[in-house]
Design a protein around this ligand. Structure first.
Ligand code: NAD
Ligand code: ZN
Length: 319
């Protein structure tokens, strides 16, 4: 499929992924793995590399890796010569079901994650679940949190399937499940490509509290998916507290996510007030208070604006 792309090609990957790739016939830049590579320094390095390699406007940048490579390469492709073609080849479960789809590209600034970026839709996304075979188990489970999220917000049938057996790399129906999640994401993004209508914000289920937990812990102790799992259970509890979510949903998610190997409780030592402060700082917080994507029932979700602060504090306090 990659050979079908016309024009000169340039690829970028990271040092964990590179050893698993077949020989590549065009220039390949290998960056250091990890979130630290999603910053201005590597961004500038990739731009300079393209310029030195005399990449022109007709070039295609191919991002082969997880969300770090995908977000960084995406932002490079969005800005190099005011935009060149981009192909995403996600090699993490997180990438295949989430980050490679939807056209959001970004790098981190000192003040926070994803603070500089652009919408730049990929021209193609190539997904092969066999690439997940070499993914560390913890990274696989982290991506699985997003799969559970699609079940929770859009797909009760998928959620029930995951409850029967958690997602695993050797599951024979893995490709079907990944495709189903990718289609969910693509459909939501199509309805609200530039995140102006609120529809895309339903994908933030578990992320409002999850991001706060991730940030309060200083990014590192928890993977993104682990933080989101904690956030999904807390936000389901929040929905139940304000009477929007059917009773029992939070417990169902807690049991399932914990079978999947994900944490479900806010780590001890994180003060509710501190988490609230992180939520307020989130770039997704609106002028009219905190917005949450909440579940009336499993498989359905709705964006709720101006959620009462005291209800949120209550949920954050629960042991
Ligand atoms: N653009 C979006 O819409 C969007 C959505 C979600 C997350 N993100 C971003 O994605 C990033 C996280 O992505 P991620 O979870 O994929 O992390 P990642 O890119 O850091 O990859 C996780 C780890 O797995 C390694 N790896 C990747 N593929 C591998 C493979 N096939 N075999 C062995 N090792 C492999 C990587 O080197 C890395 O060490 C964050 O920066 C986040 O902000 C973006
Ligand atoms: Zn996420």
């Amino acid at each position: 499929l990659l050979s079908a792309i016309g024009g000169p090609r340039f690829a970028i990957t990271d040092a964990h992924v590179a050893p698993h790739l077949p020989p590549i016939a065009y220039p390949l830049l290998v960056i250091e793995p990890g979130e630290a590579s999603k910053g201005i320094a590597t961004y500038s390095l990739v731009l300079e590399w393209l310029a030195e390699s005399q990449a022109r406007r007709d070039a295609t940048l191919i991002a082969i890796g997880g969300g770090v490579v995908g977000d960084l390469a995406g932002f490079v492709a969005a800005t190099y010569m005011r935009g060149i073609a981009l192909v995403q080849v996600p090699t993490t479960l997180m990438g295949q079901v989430d980050s490679a789809i939807g056209g959001k590209t970004a790098i981190d600034l000192k003040a926070g994650k994803n603070l500089a970026g652009a919408f730049h839709a990929p021209d193609a996304i190539l997904v092969d679940v066999q690439m997940l075979a070499t993914l560390p188990a913890r990274e696989f489970v982290s991506g699985a949190a997003e799969v559970w999220k699609y079940g929770a917000i859009l797909d009760a049938e998928l959620l029930a399937e995951l409850e029967r057996a958690p997602l695993s790399p050797d599951r024979t129906d893995l490709a079907r499940i990944v495709r189903r999640c990718a289609e969910h994401k693509a459909r939501v993004v199509e309805e609200d490509e530039f995140e102006r209508l609120g529809r895309r914000a339903i994908l933030n289920f578990g992320h409002t509290i999850g991001h706060a937990v991730e940030a309060a812990m200083g990014f590192g102790p928890l993977t993104h998916g682990e933080a989101v799992a904690i956030g999904m259970v807390a936000e389901a509890r929040l929905g139940e507290t304000i009477g929007l979510t059917e009773a029992g949903v939070a417990d169902r998610l807690r049991r399932g996510l914990s079978r999947q190997g994900l944490p479900t409780e806010i780590p001890p030592g994180l003060e509710p007030r501190e988490l609230m402060a992180w939520m307020g700082r989130d770039k997704k917080a609106g002028a009219d208070g905190l917005a949450f994507s909440l579940l009336p029932a499993v498989g359905r979700c709705t964006l709720v604006r101006g959620v009462d602060e005291s209800a949120v504090l209550d949920v954050l306090k629960q042991e």
